[in-house]
Ligand binder design. Structure first.
Ligand SMILES: Nc1ncnc2c1ncn2[C@@H]1O[C@H](COP(=O)(O)OP(=O)(O)OP(=O)(O)O)[C@@H](O)[C@H]1O
Ligand SMILES: [Mg+2]
Length: 430
């Protein structure tokens, strides 16, 4: 077994594709990609678990692929997981803490920790709220002095402005239970796929000055807007690549799999694709009849749906600007960064600029300034892996984000994890 290295397994459970990477971290902090893979997700429908047995089997298939690449090494690893859940929102909260009625007292780390955990507990108690991330916008000492770190400063009263990414509803619980059965209680860190993807691809400058990150996934397109290093708005449009694939299948009279193959290999989102007269062959619904379609026709079908999607994204951004007059579109200078599998659509940048009237770029882990991962060229340049790699960005590297009181999670042997998938603790009645 290799010494002096820490291993992290990161899984991103997408509604279409399950992605996984294994990364080792040397004592020096250097990260190396040890294994990666993706398999089709089975058992999920539009983000909801419909067949827990099938979902576990697809996770198992991915883990086998990863362990195969790792060779015989039975390593202890830390597990990080992200998945798509629709109910995310951002809210901010101000807390006031009277430290002393009389003279000023010194603020300590403990003061801050107590305050934050008290607030989190209060929030968690109210119904189904799950807090996923918490950030501090600022501290105000004695209603007057704004600081980023109040520790070792003196005050009678401390105000804290906090921002939370939370979700409502049961789906997080269902996923958590499923993962607990797989990994053992509490042995993993769950992140919202949307936040992980944006942390993977955005630069600090974009997050500071204002940027919209759009994750084009299979069933949904999710939007998060950052300003001053904080997520300030989250929303989701129930339109994704799946809808483009379904359009192609319907118009061309073919199966969903054939339509996806055509989209991925030959499609452009443009009325004027390169080589428009090129003809592509595909099978009809009977899987025997050969049919033909020109690249122009295929691309026109794709373009129509992408335009609809971009119009919806534009409306979302406008809605945000209207409801938050302190932001104008010019005050989102980073424009729109697309990531997720759908951002691989050919021609997306051009049609994006045309429809959104903002700067547009495609974001991958490689385009951010996150810590480099050696040997990872194939995944760090692939927007499909954004959430999976974003899970590796630790909170201490994200400005403003609050550390989860440095609790060491017990590491789990890769081998024992596989065992639990095959034999142990698998309770299939979810
Ligand atoms: N080159 C390509 N052009 C267009 N679409 C592509 C391309 N490659 C992959 N896709 C599409 O990207 C989607 C998969 O992307 P991704 O893995 O980000 O989705 P997911 O994480 O499974 O979904 P979600 O985030 O909604 O849960 C599939 O629908 C696939 O058809
Ligand atoms: Mg995804």
């Amino acid at each position: 077994m290799a010494r002096g290295k820490d291993y992290t397994v990161s899984l991103d459970v997408g509604t279409n594709t399950l992605k996984g990477v294994v990364v080792s971290r040397e004592q020096t902090g250097q990260m190396v990609l040890e294994a990666y893979g993706s398999v089709k997700t089975v058992g999920l429908d539009k983000g909801e678990v419909k067949d827990a047995v099938a979902l576990k089997q697809s996770i198992q298939k991915l883990i086998e692929e990863l362990t195969g690449q790792m060779g015989k090494k039975d390593v202890e690893a830390d597990f990080r997981i992200s998945f798509t859940d629709g109910d995310y929102s951002v809210f901010s909260e101000n807390i006031e803490e009277i430290l002393s009625e009389e003279k000023q007292v010194m603020v300590t780390e403990k003061t801050i920790q107590n305050l934050i955990s008290r607030l989190k507990t209060e929030k968690m108690k109210t119904g189904n709220t799950n807090i996923h991330r918490s950030y501090i916008r600022k501290y105000i000492l004695d209603a007057d002095k704004v600081v980023f770190n109040p520790v070792e400063m003196y005050a009678r009263k401390l105000d804290v402005e906090m921002v939370f990414v939370s979700s409502e509803g049961k789906s997080v619980e269902i996923f958590r239970r499923l993962f607990e059965e797989l990994f053992g209680r509490g042995d993993f860190l769950i992140s919202p796929a949307l936040i992980s993807a944006s942390e993977a691809v955005l630069t600090d400058t974009e997050k500071q000055h204002g940027v919209v990150c759009v994750v084009l996934g299979h069933s949904f397109s999710e939007i998060v807007i950052y300003k001053e290093n904080l997520p300030v708005y989250i929303s989701r449009i129930p339109l994704g690549i799946r809808h483009i694939v379904l359009d192609v299948a319907r118009v061309l009279g073919t199966s969903v799999d054939e339509a996806e193959r055509l989209l991925v290999n030959y499609g452009h989102c443009s009325m004027y694709p390169p080589d428009p007269e090129d003809v592509v062959e595909y099978f009809g619904l009977d899987e025997r009849t050969r049919k033909n379609v020109s690249v122009r026709r295929l691309s026109t079908v794709i373009y129509a749906r992408v335009k609809e999607l971009l119009n919806k994204i534009r409306k979302e951004i406008q809605l945000f600007v209207i409801n938050n007059p302190e932001y104008s579109e010019e005050r989102i200078p980073g424009g729109v960064v697309f990531t997720g599998g759908g951002s691989k659509l050919r021609g997306l940048t051009d049609v994006g600029v045309e429809s959104l009237k903002m700067p547009v770029r495609i974001g991958t882990y490689e385009t951010s300034f996150n810590r480099r991962i050696e040997n990872s060229h194939d995944v760090s340049n692939d927007p499909i892996f954004s959430s999976c790699l974003g899970n590796l960005v630790s909170p201490e590297e994200v400005q403003g984000e609050i550390l989860e009181s440095a609790v060491e999670r017990p590491k789990k042997g890769f081998g024992s994890f596989i065992k639990s998938l095959f034999f142990g603790g698998v309770d299939d009645e979810l």
